[in-house]
Design a protein around this ligand. Structure first.
Ligand SMILES: [Zn+2]
Ligand SMILES: [Zn+2]
Length: 215
């Protein structure tokens, strides 16, 4: 599996293209600018089969509709975040997005994800890890030694839990679960640089304890 990362839009959301030599392709988190993502895919000669969403916040999903309509790629999101695809209140667009939330580009999930599910695309696949806390249906996608972790973990921190559906206690458990993964996975977050789990593991345990104390 090859991975390319792009950053479009004012919230600097990371969009990942995962693909193989036969052109099988998955887009993880199209971000806010579906037209730019579609154009970049064309440039690379890629047509995605799936749009995998780490969670339903507006800065990760605003571009979904345009990309889905242009490519027919199936929209995949955890069942607990599926309502966010069409609700600018729950997906935080009403608080942060200066666009026309009245005409929010609502979509519907084609595939509802659950913990442990596998998504296969050509020669590569992803295992779904449900990691609630930032949102109820936040997930990480693991492919081999790479973990696409959305806004659950960043290179220097973890995702906020004060937005709609955020849950510090659930986040604490999710961070503990990630810290318990023995392999030194490459972490590819929803914003900012990638990192390696070995370097973050101890801080994840500290964050988990702090979140427990805050409850
Ligand atoms: Zn988020
Ligand atoms: Zn985000």
């Amino acid at each position: 599996m090859r991975v390319l990362v792009f950053c479009f839009g004012e919230y600097q959301t990371n969009t990942y293209f995962c693909f193989d030599e036969n052109g099988n392709c998955v887009v993880i988190d199209p971000g806010m600018d579906g037209a730019s993502v579609t154009e970049k895919l064309r440039e690379k000669g890629l047509t995605p089969s799936y749009i995998l969403l780490t969670h339903g916040h507006f800065d990760h999903i605003l571009g979904v509709k345009a990309l889905h309509e242009a490519t027919g790629a199936k929209i995949c999101i955890h069942a607990d975040d599926a309502p966010l695809l069409s609700d600018p209140g729950q997906n935080a667009a009403v608080y942060f997005y200066r666009g026309q939330t009245g005409s929010f580009p609502s979509t519907r999930a084609d595939v509802l994800l659950h913990d442990g599910d596998e998504i296969v695309c050509g020669s590569f696949s992803f295992r779904v890890m449900h990691t609630p806390g930032h949102t109820p249906g936040s997930v990480c996608f693991r492919s081999g030694e790479t973990l696409f972790c959305g806004d659950t973990v960043f290179a220097y921190g973890y995702g906020r839990t004060d937005l709609a559906g955020g849950d510090p206690e659930a986040m604490s458990r999710s961070l503990e679960r990630l810290a318990a993964i023995p392999e030194n996975l490459k972490l590819c977050p929803g914003h900012g640089n990638s990192a390696h789990l070995d370097r973050c593991r101890e801080s994840l345990k500290v964050y988990a304890r702090i979140l427990q104390m805050e409850k």
